[in-house]
Design a protein around this ligand. Sequence first.
Ligand code: NDP
Length: 277
Amino acid sequence: MELLKGAETAKALTKRARETAQSLPRAPKLVIIRFGEDESDISYETGAKKRMAKCAVDCTSLVYPSDTDPEAFFAEFRKLNGDDSVDGILVLQPLPKTISTERLFSMLDPEKDMDCCTPKNRLRLFEGRKTVYPCTPEAVIRMIEQAGIDLQGKRAAVIGRSMVVGKPLAMMLLEKNATVTVCHSRTKDLPAVCREADILVTAIGRAEMIDGSYVKPGAAVFDVGINMNASGALVGDCRQADMSAASLLTPVPGGVGSVTTSVLALHVAEAAAKKFL
Ligand code: NDP
């Protein structure tokens, strides 16, 4: 079984993003919006800023307290959304309860939407039309391409049906002519369903739940999960030591998660480039 790390894909995407950014009359600009001081949000933001610097993309973050006044926030957001010098806006989720996700993403300019959150871009994705893809599902697709896997006619199973990973990824796999099964917590005999799959994607959020009984011999396994195990170590949804039947597995950490900020950088660079066409 090969461990397919994300470094090579991330490097290639970073190069493309930097070359695009440097070909423009000004640096592309990303604004990250964060509410509160959640550790995983801060860690993602720090990683994203480092990646943007490597890609010659300007990046600033706006941090609001979790109990921020919604009307004051939306007034500021409206200005940011209309600011021509801003090419991309990424809002870290989940939002505080007082900030309506629907209102925010209905307001967000689809051209500045870097993670396929606006109704317009989501509709385009589900219709199979060209749009900005959500960063994590796109990272999976890029790694599948890096592995040289042709999805046409293959059986794919995705465990997880969130709008962040599972559902959009299922649509993207379908677009590439895979035959896709979407699994979730109510799926009956999940191991048997997964054993049908040539490509298995786990986006569950359950530390090391997936063992060899879920894997068809020779299947490629893409582990999106980011979890803490009982001893406090960062692990995926898959039990790496029990994946010998797979042809490849993306590790956690260092797999899919390490590709997402490079995808984000490319989205910002491409959004800026559109303005100078
Ligand atoms: P959600 O909690 O929104 O969704 C989890 C999905 O897994 C649900 O559809 C749920 O089913 C399903 N599920 C939960 N338990 C089981 C089970 N026992 N058997 C089968 N299915 C189950 O999580 P996200 O989609 O936001 O994230 C999934 C994982 O990916 C998390 O670990 C998260 O940290 C990670 N992640 C990683 C990113 C990266 O960059 N690598 C980015 C985003 C997320 P149901 O719908 O029935 O409840």
